[in-house]
Design a protein around this ligand. Structure first.
Ligand SMILES: [Zn+2]
Length: 281
């Protein structure tokens, strides 16, 4: 064995690097493989670094790659590793998990539209439901960070609608058709809207927790740079953070959002029935 023998050492990136084989970025927190000399008293001046995907594909053959000899090939693959699974980022036509996602969104949607009072309260909650539909569409197409962002948009819109609208009594109607809008909330911060929705009896502590959980995931996507750093900072003791929201987590967030919408449909339905049928005005 020559003292210049090398091996590849599994390492967690503390700063950003670039893979010396495929040219893809290795980001802070990513697991990558760096070339080390077996003789620990020697240091390689031009240590090569390879991403986990290339290591998986080529293993120790990467040691034969000459630094700077291999130019990154065309467009880097739009992939991101979450744990030991890869997630495609960006437009794609063929995708092995598409069928599973189709089943997921169809089930989630079927549950929502079969909720008691869905039709009767549809006009009241439509903007939030439309945003949720958009979230399902993102999921269907593998756009996970987009899907959780839309779940947050749907949830915040839902809270605004509940806070700002009053169902109007119209004789003989069993569907919500008219509402009075409180325009004082159009410039309000979310906390104010939530307080109002709570005061009106729509949201309790348990639901508030659920709302905040959905918003937190959306925030991770919408403020990715900051949130990723924060997660990394908090997770040094618990290993590498996920770093990107994948299919499974997105499905959970969709289910949470659907459940929240279903509960709010139920509450709105009870309130609407009371106003529309029992009003003595
Ligand atoms: Zn690579």
């Amino acid at each position: 064995m020559s003292k210049f023998d090398k091996f590849l050492k599994e390492t967690v990136a503390r700063v950003n690097h670039q893979c010396d084989y495929c040219g893809n970025p290795i980001r802070v927190g990513d697991v990558y493989y760096s070339e080390k000399l077996k003789d620990l008293f020697l240091h390689s001046l031009h240590e090569k670094r390879f991403c986990s995907k290339c290591y998986k594909e080529h293993g120790d053959n990467l040691l034969k790659v000459k630094k700077g000899k291999r130019k990154p090939t065309g467009t880097p693959p739009l992939e991101r590793w979450i744990g030991d699974k890869s997630t495609w980022i960006g437009p794609t036509k063929c995708d092995e998990q598409r069928e599973a996602r189709e089943r997921d969104w169809e089930n989630i949607w079927k549950n929502l539209v079969s909720a008691k009072g869905y039709r009767e309260t549809y006009l009241f909650l439509m903007p939030a439901i439309d945003l949720f539909r958009e979230a399902l569409s993102c999921y269907q197409n593998g756009a996970y960070m987009a899907a959780v962002s839309m779940c947050r948009a749907s949830t915040e819109t839902l809270v605004y609608l509940l806070a700002s609208r009053q169902i109007e009594y119209r004789k003989g109607q069993s569907f919500v058709r008219e509402v009075k809008v409180d325009h004082s909330l159009t410039e309000s911060k979310f906390g104010e809207m939530l307080a109002k929705a709570k005061a009106k009896g729509y949201v309790n502590i348990e639901l508030e927790k659920q709302i905040n959980k959905i918003r937190k995931n959306g925030n991770f996507a919408l403020h990715y740079g900051q949130r990723y750093d924060k997660e990394l900072e908090e997770s040094t003791r618990h290993g590498v953070p996920e770093g990107w929201i994948g299919m499974e987590k997105t499905r959970d967030v969709l289910r949470d959002t659907s459940e929240l919408l279903t509960k709010m449909i139920g509450k709105t339905f009870i309130i609407a029935q009371d106003i529309l049928t029992n009003s003595t005005r």
